[in-house]
Ligand binder design. Structure first.
Ligand code: PEP
Ligand code: MG
Length: 885
C-alpha cells in the first residue's frame, strides 16, 4: 500500500455514483505498519480482511469513523464498528490478548451505541499488555459489509490518533446484519453437525477468521447456530458476535448444493481448534454460562418465610422432592450457613487484588486435589462436580466483576461476595430449575473463597451418629466433607432433584429430600425425624409410638423385602390368573442389569437421551446401535421398549442446541424435535432396527399430542425399514403424556401398537404445574383424580382396538398404586429396579375385580390425598418404604 492519502471528509463517507469513499482515522497514536508485518498469519494473510496495523504508543483506542458499535468481545480486547455505508471495521488490540480475559481493558462504549469519529472506545494498560501479551500491535481490518477496496493507506510512518489513516472505496451498501447474528430459524433441508466449542478462549477473532476461511470456498450457505442465535460462518465478525465460549454447544448448518462437504469442513475445522490447540471442556456436567453482569438480573426469588420452630412434641409431615431414595430414622442436625466475616473496607486496590488472587489460588488448589482424589477413587461424578467448580472459579466475567469492584475501592471479600451473589440470584431468577440448582455451586464457591480470604480452612462438621441434616440449602463441598458413616440422610428447604448435591447424595447412598420449603427451617435441633425419601415425606417429631412401631417394623420389613426379592424372578400373575408384566425403566446399561436382578420381565422405557447425556457431540448411528444392543443383551432376550430421543423442556442436551423458547415445557419437546429435525430421528430408528435378535425391540414415541405425529413417525420407520432391505416390522407405541393423547387414546390406538402412560408429564400438563418447580413439588401428585380419570380414559380407548396400556412414569414405581393402576385397566408397569419385587408381591394375592372396585372408588375421590388414604385403608399393598434397596 502506498504512503499517500486521499479523501477530505474524515470519518464520514462521501458518495459518488453508488461508490462511497470512506476515510478512516487513526484509532491510536503509534507506528502504522502493513498487515504483512503483523506476527500472526490470520491478520498477515488477510484472512480477516484488508487493512493495516498500528504499534501503539498511546493506550486509548478511538473510533476511526462515525458508526455503530456492533460487537465488543467479552474479553474487551476487540471491537467492531459498522460505518454508515455498511463497512465493518474490526480493531483488535494486541495479539493473543483474549487470554487476558478482560484484564487491562476498560470499555467506554456499549454494543449498539452510535459513535462519532474520534470517540474513545477502549482504554488499555500498555504496561500490562507489554508484559503479558504476545504483542501490542493492533490490526484494523475491514472484516465485513459490502465490497471495499483500500485505495490509500499510511504505513511505515508515525501516526497520531485522529489523522486520516486509510481510504476505502465502497461499492453500494451492505445489507445490514444480513450476515450477522440473528434469531435462529428452523433448520431447512441440508446438512448439519452439532458439536462443542473446544477453544479455551471462546470464538474470538483469530479462530473466527480461520472459521470463515474454512467456510468461504463452498457455495453453500453455512451458519453457526447457538443459544438461539444464528450467524454466517463466512463472516468472522458475525461468528465472533455470537460470543461463544469454551464448551458452548453449537450446530453448523449448511444449505445448498455442497452443504454436506461445507458442514463437514467447517465442523472439522472447529473440532481441530481453528488454529488453536483444542481443549475439551473441563466438566462432563453442564456448567452454565453465568449470566452477564451487564444485564441486570430479574427479581430475586423470594426469601423463605421465617416461621417459629415446631414446639416440642408438635408433629408435622413435610412434603418434599426425592433427591436420593431410601428411608432413615434419626435426629435433626441443623446446619446453619455460617456467615464468614471479612473486612468491609479495602486496603487499596493493589493489596485487595493480591488478596483475592491468593484466596482463589488456595481454593483452586483444594479443588484440584479433590479432583485428583476422586479420580484416584474412581468417583467420576464427584470428580466432575469439582471440575465444574474449577471452571466456575475461572469464569473471566465473575473475576472481572470482582476486580472492577476492587478497583472501585471495595474490599476483596465484599467484591467477591457481591459478584457471586449477583450471578447466583440471576441463575435462580432465570426460571429454569436446572440453572437455579447451579446457584448452589456459586454460593459454595463464594463461601470457600471468603473462608480463604479470612485465612480459614473449611472445618468438617462433626455429626452425631445417625444425624438427619436439615438446612436451607446444602452445598456440594459441605456434603462431601461430612462423615457419610454418621449421616443418615438430609432434607433441604431449597434445591432440586438434579442438583449436584442430589447427585452426590445418590452416589453416597444417602437418602435425601430437597425443596421442602420454609417448614424445613422450623425443625429444631435434635428433633426425632423419619425421612421417607421414597415417598418424599419428612415426618417431624412423629408420635413416640409411630417411631417405636417403625423401628420394630423395619426388621420385619427387611425380612419381607428379602422374601419379595426371592420371589421376584417369577412372572407376575394375579390370584385370578391375570398376567401383569412388570418391567423396568432404564437410563443406562447398568439399570438393565439391576432391573433383571430384581425380577424385571423386560424394559418398558429406555430413556435414550440418558445414554448420551455426558458427551459433547451427538452419537452417530453406530454408537447408538452399540448402546441399544448393550441394553438388549443385558436384558437377555426380554422385550426392550426404546423411547426415541426425548429432549427439550427440562432436558437439555449439550450437543443439541435448541432455540431459546419463552416456554420450553410447552415448546419443542420429544417427537416435535424428531419431526423438526428428521435426520436425528431417522438415525435413531436405523440404529434401533440394527439391534439383534430381531423382534426384541419395540419403539415408543414421546410427547405425542396428535395422530399426525404418530403417522409421520410410522412413515419414517417404514421408509427406514425398506432402506435396510425390508427389515421386519417393529411394534410402534405412543407415550401418553399430554392430555390430548389421553383423551384421543381411541384414535391413537388405531395407529399405535401399544400405549404407555408417562405419568410424570401427564400430571404436569393436567395440573398445569411445572414438574421442575420446587414450590409446586408437594402438590404435583399423580394420584390426583384428574390424572386417574385420564388413565382410565386411555385404557378404555386402547381396549377398543385391542391395544395394551402400560405406565412408565414414576407412579408405576409405587407399589401402593399398583392395584389401582391394574384396576384402571393397565397391564404393564415399568418401574425402577428396587420397586419391582414389591410390586409383584403386592399384585400376586389380588384379583382383577377387587382392583377394579378400588379404582372405581379412587376415581370418585376429591383429592390426591384422599386417594392416598384410600389406598392405605385398602391395605392391598406393601409399604413403599420397602421399595428402597
Ligand atoms: C413421564 O413423563 O412420565 C416419563 C416417563 O417420561 P420422562 O419422565 O422421561 O419425561
Ligand atoms: Mg415424559
Amino acid at each position: 500500500m502506498g504512503g499517500s492519502m486521499v479523501g477530505n471528509d474524515p470519518g464520514k463517507g462521501t458518495v459518488t455514483g453508488g461508490v462511497t469513499r470512506l476515510s478512516l482515522l487513526a484509532p491510536l497514536d503509534g507506528w502504522a505498519a502493513p498487515l504483512e508485518e503483523v506476527p500472526d498469519p490470520v491478520f498477515a494473510q488477510r484472512m480477516m480482511g484488508d487493512g493495516l496495523a498500528i504499534d501503539p504508543t498511546g493506550g486509548t483506542l478511538r473510533a476511526p469513523c462515525d458508526g455503530v458499535v456492533i460487537a465488543i468481545h467479552r474479553a474487551r480486547h476487540a471491537v467492531t464498528l459498522r460505518a454508515e455505508c455498511g463497512v465493518e471495521i474490526l480493531m483488535h488490540i494486541g495479539l493473543e490478548t483474549v487470554a487476558l480475559g478482560g484484564r487491562g481493558f476498560t470499555v467506554h462504549t456499549t454494543e449498539g451505541a452510535a459513535v462519532r469519529a474520534g470517540d474513545a472506545l477502549i482504554e488499555f494498560d500498555m504496561d500490562l499488555l507489554a508484559r503479558e501479551a504476545k504483542s501490542l500491535v493492533t490490526p484494523l481490518v475491514i472484516a465485513g459489509g459490502p465490497s471495499a477496496t483500500v485505495v490509500a493507506a499510511k504505513t511505515g510512518v508515525a501516526v497520531r490518533a485522529g489523522e486520516v489513516l486509510l481510504t476505502l472505496l465502497v461499492q453500494g451498501r451492505g445489507s445490514a446484519r444480513a450476515d450477522g447474528a440473528g434469531v435462529a430459524r428452523g433448520s431447512a433441508a441440508g446438512a448439519e453437525r452439532s458439536l462443542v466449542l473446544p477453544l479455551a478462549h471462546g470464538l474470538h477473532a483469530r479462530p473466527a477468521a480461520v472459521l470463515a476461511a474454512a467456510a468461504k470456498p463452498f457455495a453453500a450457505a453455512v451458519h453457526l447456530v447457538a443459544q438461539g442465535r444464528r450467524a454466517n460462518a463466512k463472516s468472522a465478525v458475525a461468528a465472533m458476535s455470537l460470543g461463544l465460549r469454551h464448551g458452548d454447544a453449537l450446530t453448523v448448518v449448511g444449505e445448498g448444493a455442497d452443504a454436506t462437504a461445507a458442514v463437514a469442513a467447517v465442523a472439522d475445522a472447529i473440532a481441530a481448534g481453528l488454529g488453536e490447540t483444542p481443549v475439551p471442556p473441563p466438566a462432563a456436567l453442564p456448567v452454565p454460562s453465568l449470566p452477564s453482569a451487564a444485564v441486570p438480573p430479574p427479581d430475586e426469588p423470594p426469601a423463605l418465610e421465617v416461621q417459629p420452630p415446631f414446639a416440642p412434641g408438635e408433629t408435622a409431615v413435610i412434603r418434599a422432592v426425592t433427591a436420593a431414595p431410601g428411608l432413615a430414622l434419626g435426629r435433626a442436625f441443623r446446619l446453619e450457613d455460617e456467615e464468614v466475616e471479612v473486612p468491609a473496607s479495602g486496603r487499596g486496590a493493589e493489596a485487595e487484588r493480591t488478596l483475592l488472587a491468593a484466596a482463589l489460588k488456595r481454593v483452586r488448589a483444594r479443588l484440584g486435589a479433590a479432583v485428583a482424589q476422586s479420580e484416584a477413587a474412581g468417583q467420576a461424578q464427584r470428580r466432575d462436580i469439582f471440575r465444574a467448580h474449577l471452571a466456575i472459579l475461572d469464569d473471566p466475567e465473575l473475576l472481572d466483576e470482582a476486580l472492577a469492584a476492587i478497583s472501585g475501592g471495595e474490599a476483596a471479600g465484599v467484591a467477591w461476595r457481591a459478584a457471586t451473589d449477583r450471578r447466583a440470584t440471576a441463575l435462580r431468577a432465570l426460571g429454569n430449575p436446572r440453572m437455579a440448582e447451579r446457584a448452589a455451586d456459586l454460593i459454595d464457591l463464594r463461601r470457600q473463597v471468603m473462608l480463604a480470604l479470612a485465612g480459614r480452612e473449611p472445618q468438617p462438621v462433626i455429626l452425631p451418629q445417625g444425624a438427619i441434616l436439615v438446612a436451607e440449602e446444602l452445598m456440594p463441598s459441605q456434603l462431601s466433607n461430612l462423615d457419610a458413616g454418621r449421616l443418615a440422610g438430609f432434607c433441604t428447604a431449597r434445591g432440586g432433584p438434579t442438583s449436584h448435591v442430589a447427585i452426590l447424595a445418590a452416589s453416597m447412598g444417602v437418602p435425601a429430600l430437597v425443596a421442602g420449603g420454609a417448614a424445613v427451617l422450623r425443625i429444631p435441633d435434635d428433633a426425632p425425624l423419619i425421612l421417607d425419601a421414597d415417598r418424599g415425606l419428612l415426618h417431624v417429631q412423629p408420635p413416640a409410638e409411630d417411631l417405636a412401631r417403625l423401628e420394630r417394623e423395619t426388621g420385619q420389613r427387611q425380612a419381607r423385602t428379602e422374601a419379595n426379592l426371592r420371589a421376584a424372578a417369577a412372572d407376575c400373575v394375579m390370584a385370578d390368573g391375570t398376567r401383569i408384566e412388570v418391567y423396568t425403566n432404564v437410563g443406562k446399561v447398568a439399570d438393565a442389569v439391576k432391573g433383571v436382578a430384581k425380577g424385571a420381565e423386560g424394559c418398558g422405557l429406555l430413556r435414550t437421551e440418558f445414554l448420551f447425556l455426558d458427551r459433547q457431540t451427538a452419537p452417530d448411528e453406530d454408537e447408538q446401535a452399540a448402546q441399544y444392543q448393550a441394553v438388549a443383551t443385558a436384558l437377555a432376550g426380554r422385550p426392550l421398549i426404546i423411547r426415541t430421543l426425548d429432549v427439550g423442556g427440562d432436558k437439555p442436551l449439550p450437543y443439541l442446541p435448541l432455540p431459546r423458547e419463552e416456554n420450553p415445557i410447552l415448546g419443542l419437546r420429544g417427537v416435535r424435535i424428531g419431526l423438526r429435525r428428521p435426520e436425528i430421528l431417522r438415525t435413531q430408528l436405523r440404529a434401533i432396527l440394527r439391534v439383534r435378535p430381531v423382534g426384541q425391540c419395540r419403539i415408543m414415541v414421546p410427547m405425542v399430542a396428535t395422530l399426525d405425529e404418530v403417522r409421520a413417525v410410522r412413515d419414517m420407520l417404514d421408509q427406514e425399514r425398506e432402506a435396510l432391505g425390508h427389515a421386519p416390522p417393529v411394534q410402534l407405541g405412543v407415550m401418553v403424556e399430554t392430555p390430548a393423547a389421553a383423551v384421543t387414546a381411541d384414535q391413537l390406538a388405531t395407529e399405535a401398537d401399544f400405549l404407555s402412560i408417562g405419568t410424570n408429564d401427564l400430571t404436569q400438563y393436567v395440573l398445569a404445574m411445572d414438574r421442575g418447580n420446587p414450590d409446586l413439588a408437594a402438590r404435583l401428585d399423580a394420584l390426583h383424580p384428574a390424572v386417574l380419570r385420564l388413565i382410565r380414559q386411555t385404557a378404555e380407548g386402547a381396549a377398543r382396538h385391542g391395544r395394551w396400556v402400560g405406565v412408565c412414569g414414576a407412579l408405576a414405581s409405587d407399589p401402593a398404586a399398583a392395584p389401582l393402576l391394574v384396576g384402571l385397566g393397565v397391564t404393564e408397569l415399568s418401574a425402577t429396579p428396587p420397586a419391582i419385587p414389591d410390586i409383584k408381591a403386592a399384585l400376586r394375592p389380588l384379583d382383577k375385580a377387587a382392583c377394579a372396585a378400588l379404582a372405581r372408588e379412587a376415581l370418585a375421590q376429591e383429592s390426591a390425598a384422599a386417594v392416598r388414604s384410600l389406598l392405605a385403608r385398602a391395605g392391598m399393598a406393601v409399604s413403599v418404604m420397602e421399595g428402597a434397596a
